[in-house]
Design a protein around this ligand. Structure first.
Ligand code: ADP
Ligand code: MG
Length: 332
């Protein structure tokens, strides 16, 4: 099968299949798209390389899903609605069964988010997937890392930490290991993340700043603090704990939640006056949204336990041992 047959067979949609919103879609030298009037384009790229960003054990369908999901997660963090994406695919060989599974995982998620595959590039080489995604957001309303205000609440969606627990199970570094049910559930979080696109769109005009958690909660929170020139008091007792992490040791649980990575949850700040709206948004989306801290003027990260965020009596400072987190170092 030649390059063009491969592209047409696996990645081009027929009329009636998937979204067709590009002015010029797949098959010309350029695709041409137009955002709706009054909207701005939000653009982001993420590359995944075998061995570095995914394990060879992942199914092709889950890999296709994840390659797009991590890009949609960046759009979500900006409050942008997906429009279209391009796919740069580097393949060691033409494996039709693999391509079929990969395209299905990729295009099912694309269809779910009304995001059209409008072009790409296909080359031979070590397996790598590069995706550039484009979304639209009302002019001036993109959510940025730089907007957190002193006094704002800090929120996180979902249950960060599960993906890291699965990764450590793969690495064989957990004692005791995970049972079958916990392994399959956390493996799903790692291999098939659900990008928080609807949450991002719902946070337009509500969140003062946002970021998606891809490199670990504390690390990504650091980007918001630096860009916004603020600090935070984060209450460890308020962190959402997934059932699979609740039964692990306290150290392992916190390591995974605070410094795990690959979560693709949103971390965002809002004015305390908006608590009800945030709660309502979470209920509408069926998504757990947890208020985990408060933005402060003094730069830096302060960890507490023993009192809910906001209250100052009974607070106990916890040293930040995740500053240069390396608990699992050497395990791989
Ligand atoms: P060019 O030589 O102009 O770069 P290519 O031969 O690379 O064009 O690609 C031919 C057409 O197929 C283009 O429209 C390109 O966008 C599309 N295409 C190539 N690879 C992919 C892919 N992996 N997924 C979707 N479309 C692709
Ligand atoms: Mg090309």
């Amino acid at each position: 099968m030649g390059e063009f047959d491969l592209i047409e067979t696996f990645f081009w949609r027929r009329p009636g299949q998937g979204p067709h919103r590009a002015v010029v879609g797949n098959g010309d030298d350029c695709a041409v798209i137009a955002p709706a009037p009054g909207m701005q384009l939000a653009v982001s790229t993420d590359t995944m390389v075998e061995g570095r960003h995914f394990l060879s054990t992942v199914s092709p369908a889950r890999l296709g899903h994840k390659a797009l999901a991590v890009n949609l997660s960046d759009l979500a963090a900006c409050g942008a609605a997906p429009l279209a994406f391009t796919l740069a695919l580097t393949l060691p060989r033409v494996d039709e069964a693999w391509l079929k599974g990969f395209a299905k995982g990729l295009l099912d998620l694309a269809d779910e988010h009304d995001c059209e595959l409008i072009g790409g590039d296909t080359t031979a080489g070590p397996l790598a997937i590069g995706i550039t995604v484009m979304g639209e957001v009302p002019a001036g309303q993109a959510l940025l890392r730089s907007g957190a205000q002193v006094g704002d609440d800090l929120w996180v969606s979902g249950h960060p930490g599960e993906a890291r627990l699965a990764l450590e199970a793969f690495r064989g570094s957990l004692h005791p290991g995970l049972g079958t049910e916990a392994f399959e559930a956390t493996r799903l979080a790692m291999e098939r993340p659900d990008p928080r696109v609807a949450l991002g769109v719902g946070l337009r005009g509500l969140a003062t700043s946002a970021i998606d958690v891809s490199d670990g909660l504390l690390g990504d929170l650091g980007h918001v603090l630096r860009r916004s020139r603020v600090g935070v008091a984060l209450c460890l007792d308020d962190l959402p704990v997934s059932p699979w992490l609740a039964i692990r040791s306290p150290d392992e649980r916190l390591d995974c939640i605070l410094a795990g990575g690959d979560d693709y949850e949103l971390l965002f700040t809002t004015s305390p006056a908006q608590r009800e709206r945030v709660a309502q948004l979470g209920a509408e989306l069926g998504l757990v949204l947890s208020r985990i801290g408060q933005i402060e003027a003094e730069p830096g990260l302060r960890l507490w336990r023993g009192a809910s965020s906001g209250a100052s009596e009974g607070r106990q400072a916890v040293p930040n041992r995740w500053a240069s987190f390396d608990h699992f170092k050497g395990a791989a």
